[in-house]
Structures are given as structure tokens and as C-alpha cells.
Design a protein around this ligand. Sequence first.
Ligand SMILES: Cc1cc2nc3c(=O)[nH]c(=O)nc-3n(C[C@H](O)[C@H](O)[C@H](O)COP(=O)(O)OP(=O)(O)OC[C@H]3O[C@@H](n4cnc5c(N)ncnc54)[C@H](O)[C@@H]3O)c2cc1C
Length: 698
Amino acid sequence: MMNTPPADFDIIFGGGGTAACVAAGRLAAANPTLRILVLEAGEHTKNEDSHVQPGRYFGHLSPASTTLKFHVGKPSEALAGRSLVIPSGRCIGGGSSVNFTMYTRASASDYDDWETQFKNPGWGSQYLLPLLRKTETYQAQPNQPTHGYSGPLKVSWGGHVTNVANQFLEVAAATDHNRTYTEDANDFYECNKYGKWPKWIDGETGKRSDPAHYYIYNQGANENLVIRTGQQVKRVLFEGEKAVGLEYVADRVLRPDADQAPQQVYASRLVVLSSGAFGSPAILERSGIGAADLLAKHDIPVKVDLPAVGENFQDHNICFVPYQASDEAETFDALIRGDIAETTKNSDLWTEGKGLLAANGMDAGIKIRPITEQDFAELGPEFEGRWNDYFVNAPDKPVIWFGPSSFLLGDHTTAPVRRYFSMAYVNEYPISMGSVHISSGEDPHAPSDFNPAFLNHPADLATLRWGYKKTREIARRMKYYRGEHLPIHPNFAAGSEALCSGEVSGPITLDAPRLKYTEEDDKAIDDFHRKFIQTSWHSLGTCAMKPREEGGVVDPRLNVYGTTNLKVAGDRRLFHLSLLLEFMPSFNLSIPRVGFCFLDLSIAPANVGANTYSSALTVGEKAAVIIAEDLGLQIDGVGALETSEQTISGLDELVPAPPTKTKLPDDFAGLEGIEGLTISSMVNDEYTNSKPAMITVM
Ligand SMILES: Cc1cc2nc3c(=O)[nH]c(=O)nc-3n(C[C@H](O)[C@H](O)[C@H](O)COP(=O)(O)OP(=O)(O)OC[C@H]3O[C@@H](n4cnc5c(N)ncnc54)[C@H](O)[C@@H]3O)c2cc1C
């Protein structure tokens, strides 16, 4: 038995992303004497324009970005030989500090499945809805029963809703007589209603609503809450079966010249892994927790043979199909190209909480399910089984989400300089599932052995085919429509009725007949999806919360199977805690104990039919409850989070400033030629290790 050095902290978080910021922030607010360390691979985000101005999210997608980590999948026949590249957030706040700020909630039945199908008591919708409400102040609309009105994160329509979105809604209303409009398309329960789309943006200040700023940076005066950036967690340190600390090394992207000697840090009460769907399984495997044969391959002594670690990888498949737009369309394209006048104008507007930098260009949409015979015919026989097995008895689950985006999400260096809008459609519950594992037992910077497994099932293609056809009919009728952007559309055969048109003078009439697609046309659409489908940036599921014998890695208390944990025996039930949290008690510390648990979207046992930020926040809130109870902390009122803008200061245990200009980070070695990585590359991106500069303000 090793002699564990004295602990420097009560709780250590390995990974400082979305869920970690929420849980660490809640615990610190509840008891400021709790010594909490957050170790994060990426950089600080505090008050950086590239993070707080939501409209700059494109910049993070640049191949030179240091705020994303790019995970390169194996080449796949299902993707026409492509290697899909899937990024994840890599900074304080993780995905929430770089994402598109789309506010989309899961369906209630998604969480009910987590509870009943995957046997996780306390994780059903009735327990999580109070936590969803607790995260938010819903500025978009008053008095909605399923929304919250006093949480730290603001939700609004953003600083500008484009006329493209309004046109989309008008055409949908005029042509889709089977579906209606709603003011709240995210009420948690309903599908098949068109609506404006809210954002995680403060409607008054125009700022991004992220837990980095509103759960962590606003507690800058608390010296017991320590954030260390530029640190790669290598593995968990154990004393027997008990997790006692973390080993970490300097991050090579942020600190390329730093000594790589491993350092150790110890916790007196809890070690938390919160490194996301890619980071958390990798840390577990390097710690000897994973499939025994895989660990043996990398010379890692087996601590727990847990074959499900790194399996069950899920995401959503998305396609942004671009259309040429007339000059009247309000779009982000000039901003993305770095146009100085446009950037200056919108920077000025942002100071008043208005304009495109206070928005995201995705202002309308629908969670849609098939209704008509034509819908089912377009979805075809490949989808029939999926419909009957999965969707038919879950009326709140959308088959796809679709909506307009006021930009071309593609390479603006090769596209003609003009305005574009796109139709985005997302397969909300792909059947195909992948895996992510380590490729080295020692080097935490080594690329992962990653199989995204997109489009391995024919029903996934059928769903997307429906998305293409439905959205194209709306796009062609919108008054700003000026033809398809041919490089990113299916290559229909000459003579096909479906042939794309390129430049046109205007839209077709609202009552024009719908296009008819032949089998050959459908094949062209499938080929197109194999070539162009991409990630929705919604990775999850790789350390699934399920029974161990059913492929689980963590139990419903977020403890890793086979390690000593803090499971509280007895009769305290989670729903009592959820109710208590409504009133946010404060904590009293009791017996020091050490444990090990998990907290990020890697725990999701199954997919959610939505963008995933909202679920990550909820996992963070739920984890705060569980940790408080497991540590024997008494909850008798939880400290409120100070959300005033003035309090965002302090917490400055910063790494040295990153170098201003270096070669591409290691993540990118050999990636230059990979299709998909150029998506959203910016005109003015320099290969720097500083903030990616998508939009320059001169
Ligand atoms: C580009 C992008 C756009 C998105 N757009 C939207 C959107 O518009 N709406 C929406 O709802 N969702 C969106 N998402 C998804 C959403 O942001 C994520 O689902 C969510 O942030 C996941 O939270 P998490 O806590 O599980 O992990 P993350 O937030 O990814 O946090 C994990 C953290 O761990 C760190 N880490 C990893 N490995 C290590 C290690 N070894 N050592 C130390 N630190 C480590 C990472 O750097 C990261 O900061 C988007 C995501 C991305 C990446």
C-alpha cells in the first residue's frame, strides 16, 4: 500500500468543460471553504471576445484553432473513404465556450429512457426538469411552465433574428399544412411545430451564456477555487481501489516548451473525471480501467476489466446544404470572410447587445416527425423498422431537426463571394455507434484510435434523404433563393427532374409541384451524404451509465464500476435532492472521504434528440447534488450564484502566455489534406497558437 502524500485539495476535477464548471461552481458557491482544483488541458476564456461574443463561434472551427481538439476517425467506406474529423471543446468551459449557442432541449422521453431502459433511478425527466430549469433565465418568453427564470445562464432570441429565418417560417406556414407554429419549440414535450429558435445568449448584453463565466469566473474572489490551465491529465492515481489523485503533464499545444515531467496532485475527498466523451475514457484506459486485452496491448496493468470503456460513441449526423441568396438576405458570410466594415459595424452593435456578433444565424427550425404518406414514402422501407421499434411510441422524439442557417458553412476561400443561406438537417437518433480508445498507454497527447461509425446503417441514410428533400422544397420557395450552390449538392444525372440549377432569378411559386426523385436520384443523395455528412459536435456515451453487465461504466451515482466510490447506502433518494436543490442549500463538511466519480456527457447511456449543451449542464447540476450527498455534505440551502457581470474577475492561476506564432499544433499532424477539416476555415486564419482570428477588428 502506497503512502499517499497529503492532499492539497478536497475535490479535483480532471477536465474543466461544461459539466465540470457547473458542478465545481455549485459546490464552491455552496461552501467556499471547499478546496477545489480544476485541471484543464486548454486555455482560459475569461472575457475573451472570441468566447463572449457568440457570433465568433466560426473562428473556433478553424483548423488552426487551439480551443478545439480535433479527433480524426478511421477512414470509412460508409463515408466514401473519408476520415471524419470530430472536434471537441478545449478550454475552460469546454464545448460551452466555443459552441454555436443553439438552445435545444432533449425530449422528456430521452431522460425517461435513461432511467427505465438503462436502469438509472433518479435520472428520469421528472427529476431532471427541475435541474434544466435551474440552469436558466429564459428571457425569450415569460411565464412558460417548463422554463426557468432565475438561473445563471440567460436564454434569448439573440441580438438579431435574420430575415432568412422569418422567410423560412413564412414558407413553412404556407406550404406545410400538417404542422403548426409555436412560440416554444423547446417545451420538452412537443414535436412537429415550427418556431423561432432560442440561444444561450444574454438578450441584454449580447454575451455568450456559458458556465465558465457564470458558474466559475464570477467566483473569482474565492481563493479555494483553483483553475489550472494547460494541463493534460494522464491518469488517476489509486491507493488500492481508492482514487486518491491525478497525474498530469504540461499540455503540448498550449505549452509546447514546458517540461513534460509528470506531476501529481492529491484530493482528500473526491476525484472527478470530467474530460468529455473523448478525454474521460482515455484517462480511464491509461489508469488501467478498460478492456483487459486493449490494456495488455498497451502494457497497462489491469485495475478493472471494464470492456465498455470507450464504446457506445454517439453523435448526430448533420448536413448544411448551401443555397445562393439574393443581396437582401441578412447573412453572416461577410463576417466570416473577415470583411472589415461588416465586422466593425457588428462589433459596435454588440456593445448594445445587438447585431450578428450577439447572434448565431440559426434562428428558426422544427423538430420533425413524419405524418403524411408522402413523408413515410420519402423515408422509405429502410426506415420502417426504426420507426416501429423506436419512434412510434415516443411521440416527443423528433426524427430530424431542420432549419435555416444564414451562412455558408464551408470554405469561403473557394466559394464565390456572395450571400448564402443553408438548410441544416440533423439525424437526431442515428443507429450507428462507434468507439474511441487510446493508441498509447503512456502519451496523453497521442491521437485516439477512433471509429465514429457514421452511416453504417441504411436507416441513417434514409433519414437524411428525407431531410434533404424536405428542406430543399422550402429553400426553393424562399424569396431570397437564387439557386443551389452546386459544389455541395447531390450530383443528379443529366435529365433528372431533380437536377440542381445553379444561379436562378428567384424562387419557384409556393404552389409549384414538389420534385419527384427516382431511385437513381435517391442513390445520388445517399452518395452526397456519404461525402458531406459531418459531426454535429455532440459526442457522448463513451463511459455509459448502465448496469455493468449491460455495457455500463458508471452507476447512477456516477461511480466507476470496480473502484472504491462514495455510494451512500440507505434510503436517501435522488428525487428528494432534486427538490431540495430548487432551494439551493449550503453545505457543511463532515467526514473526509476519498472517492472517484464521473461527470460529463460520456455518461449518457443513449442519445438525446437535441443539441447536447443543455444535457451537459443538467448532468453537471445533477452531479453537484450527488457529490454533495456522497461526500456527506449536509445540504440545507444551496448558495446562490452571483451572476453580476462585475464579479467576473480573479481566478488567475494562469499558465504562461502561449507563444504567439508556432507551427500547427500536434493535433493536426497529417490532417491538412483531410476533407471536412477545411469546413469553416477562415480567410485570415494564421497558424498561430493564440486565439484563432476568424474576425479581425482593425
Ligand atoms: C464546435 C461545437 C459546437 C457545438 N454547438 C452546440 C450548440 O450550438 N448547442 C448545443 O446545445 N451544443 C453544442 N455543442 C455541444 C456541447 O457544447 C457539448 O455537448 C458539451 O459542451 C459537452 O460537455 P462536457 O462537459 O461533456 O464536455 P466538454 O465541454 O467537451 O468538456 C471536456 C473538457 O475536458 C478537457 N479535457 C479533455 N481531456 C483532458 C485531459 N486529458 N486533461 C485535462 N483536460 C482534458 C477538454 O479540454 C474540455 O475542456 C457544440 C460543441 C462543439 C465542440
